[in-house]
Design a protein around this ligand. Structure first.
Ligand SMILES: [Zn+2]
Length: 158
């Protein structure tokens, strides 16, 4: 057994370190990296709560819930353009809903905050929390609903 011990350690070390990386998402390096203090300086308290602490704005209160103008939606944290108005639809769920995002702009994760797994959507550039993805979107397109907090987005008309 003693002879095998070093092999166990060598084998297990990468498993432990990869688990740690998955659990400790706040330490992950993004293209845009800021300290919590820096985020607090550029975001309002509610924006910080949603974007950096994965909070949720109250339903039917957001600026873009019933907003259907032509344009693009960018991340409130870093300005990266994430969604197009052509993917926005009226889901009546109380938050802006999109059937898809612009390719390679979103990071997909899983959270268990309310007791069951949900797919969390984050900005791939800065790691800011945007919302969640559900499988009850329009069946004639993707079947997905990206349920996004208005406060996590900025709209720019085109
Ligand atoms: Zn961002």
């Amino acid at each position: 057994m003693n002879k095998l011990l070093p092999y166990f350690i060598i084998f297990l070390f990468p498993i432990f370190s990869s688990c740690q990386n998955n659990l400790d998402l706040k330490e992950k390096e993004y293209k845009i990296n800021k300290s919590n203090e820096d985020w607090r300086e550029i975001l309002t308290p509610l924006e910080y709560h949603v974007l950096r602490n994965a909070g949720t704005e109250k339903p039917y209160t957001g600026l873009y819930d019933k907003h259907f103008k032509k344009g693009v939606y960018s991340c409130k944290g870093c300005g990266e353009v994430l969604y197009k108005s052509e993917n926005k639809y009226n889901s009546n769920c109380g938050w802006p809903s999109f059937d898809d995002a612009i390719a390679n702009k979103i990071e997909y994760g899983v959270d268990y905050k309310i007791g069951y797994p949900r797919i969390e959507l984050k900005c791939k550039s800065c790691g800011s929390h945007l919302g969640h993805m559900f499988n009850d979107g329009p069946k004639h397109t993707t079947g997905k609903r990206h349920c996004i907090n208005s406060i996590a987005l900025n709209f720019k008309p085109i």
